[in-house]
Ligand binder design. Sequence first.
Ligand SMILES: *Cc1c(COP(=O)(O)O)cnc(C)c1O
Length: 398
Amino acid sequence: MNFIDLASQQKRIRNEIEKNINKVLDHGNYILGPEVKELESKLAEYVGVKHAIACASGTDALLMALMAYGVKPGDAIFTTPFTFIATAEVIELLGATPIFVDIDPKTFNIDPTKLALAIKALKNNDPSIYPLPKVLPSPPVGEGKGEGEILRPRCIIPVDLFGLLADYDAIEPIAKEHGLFIIEDAAQSFGAKYKHKMSCSFGDIACTSFFPAKPLGCYGDGGMCFTDDTQLAQIMNSIKVHGKGSDKYDNIRIGINGRLDTLQAAILLAKFNIFPEEVELRQTVAQRYTNLIPPDLLPITHNPRPGIRSAWAQYSLLAKDESHRTVLLKKLQENKIPTAIYYPKPLHMQTAFSHLGYKKSDFPVSEDCASRIFSIPMHPYLTEDQQTKIAEIMGNGL
Ligand SMILES: *Cc1c(COP(=O)(O)O)cnc(C)c1O
């Protein structure tokens, strides 16, 4: 059994993939060939936004989005500690400061109530309201009481974890009230939907990833930014090619080498043909799991608010505690069922972020989830028999 079964998918569309690759080999435009533009316009239409900017990875997509806003040292970016490192890594790369906000146990996504508290804490420079990083510059000497320069709140990066959209209905008014922009980290949620709005249409810029294991994956690294803002789209298109201007030899800003390979775009075009169907198959597979799995392992996430469709990038469960998880994972392994833990260590507990001075118990929900969560195989081609077997093994492990 596979955790993510890319082979079954490839079998369905192998001819189409080879045809598309051969077309690229024939025309030879390996950098920004016609397939890249075609993919951008198809995915922009699917998502329902004006502009799509293909790039080299989900990480570059996040980086380009922050760079487009000129994020710099002194800027505070609010995000969750219960995510893949890339979400906060890009903040640090630009010298800005991540301000972590705990997750809602019902969704594993950033908790809007705590987000409002964290903004208040930062604006008042008062960590008794909500835990803050210990890097706030102290007020300059002789300038009165606490009137010094503190970090500037700039942006919120909600993450649509495991394919489930964050609570944008609650996050958007908070962003508006405080003049913050929103970047949707949709690396795991491409294909998800809330009412009539697709994943990657939330926030000011949305970023997704085409890493092979993501809902829409290529055969290497790839990513994409989405926005309705024409000016931001222009800036990101410049950033991704070394800050190019209209004159090839006069670069107008500092950028990166962030292009998506034409070959990857060609592969994605073949995969996208069956993607909407795969998203539907994921709903069937997830629903079957939800019916089969012992109810005490099911997080509330699996019954999300009405109108929401997850992309089911992962199917994650919560054991009673860490030792219960160890027992369940061992049983699954003994039966050759692959498993994974996303994420065993929240970002505030990782060495790379230790300079922020956060401590254990700052984000109790993330820490509790990290100690109990685990993921079981999830992909569009899981059969009912396979799922029954997985559920039975876990039923016996309770
Ligand atoms: C995968 C992932 C990324 C980074 O995407 P890459 O394409 O691997 O660079 C960013 N954020 C989250 C939440 C992810 O899961």
